[in-house]
Design a protein around this ligand. Structure first.
Ligand SMILES: *Cc1c(COP(=O)(O)O)cnc(C)c1O
Length: 358
């Protein structure tokens, strides 16, 4: 579609807006197209786009806490930015939160029956431990307690899993990652199913608080989406090849990837995902020192944070998250890109040799 960079749209002589648009923050052609596309991909009814994944997540939480005593259940392992959102901004003071290991349904059951939650937040696969949460089972437990469920589907994408089909009440995305797919845009979105009462408050936050994406970022995201299903297949195939190759290395303690048959998330992921995704974590023997040395020795793989682009990225999660981190010291998170899998594997094997040589 064409890119409309206009911030304002002309009125007709009678004062009406014949193109249906008035001012860029309220609505614009590229944002509308991106929102309709995301709603369709997730099997939802409406999508509301924001300037980043965090803006979408903050808006989602604000829309939920408005006017009620909110109790939010969060997973122990989740995107670090959400922890910072709660500890470093006023949002965290506006609700109570409980954290739980969401891979353990008994723990979830105990928390929803005793904690009277109003919202249960799911992230699957999770950052950085690549935990797989059973969306349908957790959603059923949450609903039985009268709570709504929000799924952060950034790592799955609608090409691999569609949480609304399992009963979730909203899906959030950092479209900065796989949706954009080329590490060149920043964008977030909330997708709602038919009959949701969150649409109105989210639109109000979008319009009046103004954390809106640019038309260009929406345009880029639509271009990325044209190859989303192909990219996710290729990311998943490459990640599986890397995971298999590296799990054979004696210097690696564990490869965390649900595509591996022995991974604790394998069964659930096989049921709810069409492929296992492009994200994996390694825990190297030798802890932080070996892990950091490994990142220093890669040649094709790029040392950088973020994920979901065409290039393979590696990072030592504990270093970027700082002292508050829950990431194991030897953990390296890898966003497996679209290079030839043998090149990625050779590079990581070489780097591992360098890191473990004395
Ligand atoms: C990156 C990310 C976010 C935050 O998105 P931004 O676009 O960086 O604001 C939220 N959740 C997950 C799972 C992410 O990977």
């Amino acid at each position: 579609m064409p890119l409309y960079t206009s911030t304002t749209f002309e009125r007709a002589a009678d004062g009406s807006f014949p193109k249906g648009f008035e001012y860029v923050r309220d609505a614009n052609p590229n944002r509308n197209a991106f929102e309709s596309c995301m709603a369709a991909l997730e099997g939802g009814c409406e999508a509301i786009a924001f300037s980043s994944g965090m803006a979408a997540i903050a808006a989602m939480m604000e829309a939920h806490v408005a006017g009620r005593c909110a109790r939010i259940v969060l997973p122990v392992d989740m995107y670090f930015g959400i922890r910072s959102l709660i500890t470093d901004t006023d949002l965290g003071q506006r609700f109570e939160f409980i954290t739980v290991d969401m891979t353990d349904l008994d723990q979830v059951r105990a928390v929803v029956s005793s904690g009277r939650p109003t919202l249960v937040w799911i992230e699957t696969p999770s950052n950085p431990l690549i935990n797989v949460v059973d969306i349908e089972a957790v959603t059923n437990l949450a609903h039985s307690a009268g709570a709504i469920v929000v799924v952060d589907n950034t790592w799955g994408t609608p090409a691999l899993q569609r949480p609304l089909a399992f009963g979730a009440d909203a899906v959030v995305h950092s479209a900065t990652k796989y949706i954009g797919g080329h590490s060149d845009l920043m964008l977030g979105v909330v997708v709602l199913p038919a009959g949701s009462n969150l649409g109105m408050p989210l639109r109000a936050i979008q319009k009046h608080k103004g954390s809106v994406p640019s038309p260009f970022d929406c345009w880029l995201a639509l271009r990325g989406i044209q190859t989303l299903s192909l990219r996710m297949k290729a990311h998943s195939a490459n990640a599986l090849a890397v995971a298999k190759a590296l799990s054979a290395a004696s210097e690696i303690e564990t490869v965390l990837y649900p595509g591996l048959p022995h991974d604790p998330g394998h069964g659930t992921a096989s049921r709810q995902m069409s492929a296992f995704g492009g994200m994996l974590s390694l825990i190297v023997c030798g802890g932080a020192k070996t892990a950091v040395r490994l990142t220093g020795a890669v040649k094709i793989v790029t040392r950088a944070t973020s994920l979901g682009g065409t290039h393979t990225l590696i990072e030592h999660r504990a270093s970027i998250e700082g002292p508050e981190t829950k990431a194991p010291p030897g953990l390296l998170r890898i966003s497996v890109g679209l290079e030839h899998p043998d090149d990625i594997i050779d590079d990581l094997r070489n780097a591992l040799d360098v890191a473990t040589a004395d």
